[in-house]
Structures are given as C-alpha cells and as structure tokens.
Design a protein around this ligand. Structure first.
Ligand code: PMP
Length: 359
C-alpha cells in the first residue's frame, strides 16, 4: 500500500505512472531492455525525447519561438546559468526577494553582476508578496528574476508582474504544471523536476528564442543554454530514465484533463486544507490569504513541543514527510498534482483528531 507522501520534493508521483514504470522496467516496448539501458544516441531514445518535448509543448500550448532545454543540473544551477547566459555584457540585474529560494538565487547571482533587489518582503518575514506598485525596477537591467512559488515559505504569485521590455525570468520549480500559465509573458522559465515533473535529476529551461545567445566567455560548456539547445539537450549523456518518466507524467496530465483540470483539483485540495487551518486555534498558517501557495502549505502547531508527537503519529497513520523545512520549522504539506484529494482529506481527519486529543 502506498502512503500519502507530502514531501516537498522529491515528491509523490502519480501511482498510475509508477505502475507503468514497473510494467516496462525490464522490457521497454518489447525492446528486451530497460529505458535505463538504452543509448542516448539511439533512435529509440531520440523518439522518447521528442515525444516528451511535444507533450510538454502541447500541455503548455507553447509557441514555437520558445525553446525547451532538458538540463541535467538541478534548479539551483540556473542561478549561475541565468547570469552567465542572459547578462550578455550587462552588469545589472533585478531580483525580487520573496522567500528562501528567491534569496538563494540572489546570493548566487551576486557572483556575476550588481544585483538590485527591486522588492523584498523580508521585513514581513516573507508572509506576503510585495505589491507590484512598490517594485523599484531598473530599466537597464538585463533581466528581472523572481520565484513564483516559494516552496518553503508557502507563497505563490497568482499574477504575472509586468516589467516592461526587460525579460522576466522565473523559477517555477514548485508549481510548474499545476495550473494553466501563459509562458509568453516570460523571457525564461525554469523548474526542477522533482515536484510536478518527475524524479530528481532533471530541470527544464524554457527560453524565448531571441534570448538564446552564446554564454559569457569562460562559461563551462554544459552551462551554455545556446550550446545545449543546439545539441538537442545532448551535449553529454542526458538523464535518460528521468526524461522518460517525465514524459509519462506529461501523458498522465494530458489524460487527466490537462492543466485546466489540474487547476481545479489543486484549488479544491488547497481550499479544504486552508479552511481547516483557519477554523482551528490549534494550527496556524501565517501567509496572507491572497498569497497562499496551492502547492506548499506550511503550518505550525500552537504548541511546538508537540511537533515530534504530531510527526510520529502522522507517520504511523500513513501520512509521511510532513516535517517543515529546517529554516522555518513546524510542518509542511506539499500537495502537488499527484497528491489525490483523499490524501488531503486523510490529513485533515488526522489533524482534527490530533487536536481533539492534545488541544
Ligand atoms: N527553487 C525552488 C523554488 C525550489 O523549491 C528548489 C528545491 N526545492 C530549488 C530551487 C532547488 O532545486 P534543486 O535542488 O533541484 O537544485
């Protein structure tokens, strides 16, 4: 029996997809071997890569002038690759600070250019997004970087900032494919795989064609988006198995009504959980209501001394990996696409019972 797994990533994958993987693990499409064992230069793998990309384009309704690169690096590596590829001789970039992950991008980006933190909600302890009217953007910046879903702090942008002609670059790692998104508002989108895409070991970069130029001199060749794009994401051996599983996840999304349906299910799951939290005096989520993430729901017990008991009892009830990130403590329920509504209901039932017993 599979547990309800609330990990922020690597996260739960659709059971249907896991069964397909199991079925084809030893003998992919009667080839007599596993996808893991296929040469990345074989026509079979070229077919897998091509189909995976086409399915993703279809899901996102992505126009042709947006190019997709499959990267072996995690989402963090893009904090270096973005300045190396997008500065193009400029020394200024704008960053928006809204939580832990956007801050990490800033720290890394400082190695390459002068960073203007155009807006920050640090003073509010990352509990509400800074209003667009407060952003102090530099019109000469090479790009504006932000993170549209803060996995740890539990904030999500439900609006896309208008930043004029400066390319907008977004880390969508933890809510990519969770609802329809208009990619054409961005110069570049990136996301690590291990949440809504597939197993760890892959990240995706979607880049507007005019921004794909050779990277700064001295850039390691694998970190050059332009080079990687022209090599069809195969400057070296790509994570073949992970790409295959990501492709199965994309087909699962398509079979299940695409992003429109993902959005309906995700909104319902999050509504149930936040409603429950708001009605309780025992649990608390301190993010401003309009900015609450539909994917990552951090919460605290009124009595932190009960945290360990909560986690232990939850685990025994088949509700796993609810421990909050070490920088914020408490709990966190990540309820990505693959988390069924039954998982959220089971969590709420457990929490209500725990409150009755300890509250
Ligand atoms: N950005 C966001 C929003 C994340 O949630 C994470 C990881 N949880 C990262 C970046 C870093 O990803 P990776 O570990 O794949 O480098």
């Amino acid at each position: 029996m599979r547990a309800f797994n609330f990990s922020a990533g690597p996260a739960t994958l659709p059971t249907e997809v896991m069964l397909e993987v199991q079925e084809q693990l030893l003998n992919w499409q009667n080839s007599g071997m596993s996808v893991m064992e296929l040469s990345h230069r074989s026509p079979e793998f070229a077919g897998i890569l091509n189909e995976t990309e086409l399915d993703l384009r279809d899901i996102l309704a992505l126009p042709d002038h947006y190019r997709i690169i499959f990267c072996q690096e995690g989402a963090s590596a893009h904090w270096d690759m973005i300045p190396l590829n997008l500065l193009q001789g400029n020394h200024q970039a704008d960053y928006i600070e809204t939580g832990y992950w956007s801050y990490r991008a800033i720290e890394e980006g400082r190695r390459y250019c002068n960073i203007n933190i155009a807006a920050s909600n640090r003073i509010d302890h990352f509990s509400a997004l800074p209003d667009r009217a407060e952003w102090r953007l530099n019109p000469k910046a090479a790009y504006v970087h932000y993170c549209s879903n803060e996995t740890i702090d539990g904030l999500e942008f439900f609006w896309t900032p208008d930043v004029g002609n400066v390319p907008l670059v977004v880390d969508m790692s933890s809510h990519f494919l969770s609802r329809p998104m208009d990619i054409t508002k961005f110069g570049m989108v990136y996301a690590g795989a291990q949440k809504n895409i597939g197993p760890a070991g892959l990240s995706l970069a979607i880049i507007r064609e005019d921004l794909l130029k050779p990277a700064a001199p001295g850039t390691p060749f694998l970190m050059d988006y332009h080079g990687q794009f022209h090599a069809h994401s195969m400057l070296n051996t790509p994570p073949t198995f992970t790409i295959w599983v990501a492709g199965l996840v994309f087909k699962w999304i398509k079979r299940n009504g695409g992003l429109t349906q993902m959005a309906v299910r995700n909104a319902e799951k999050a509504r149930l959980l936040y409603d429950f939290l708001d009605k309780s005096a025992f649990y608390r989520n301190s993010v401003k209501v309009q900015d609450r993430s539909l994917m990552n729901v951090p919460f605290h017990l009124r009595e932190p001394a009960l945290d360990e008991v909560f986690l232990k009892e939850a685990e025994l009830s088949g509700l796993k990996q609810l421990r909050g990130h070490r920088v914020v403590g408490g709990m966190r329920a990540s309820i990505y696409n693959a988390m069924p509504i039954e998982g959220v209901q089971a969590l709420i039932n457990f929490m209500a019972d725990f409150e009755r017993r300890y509250g």
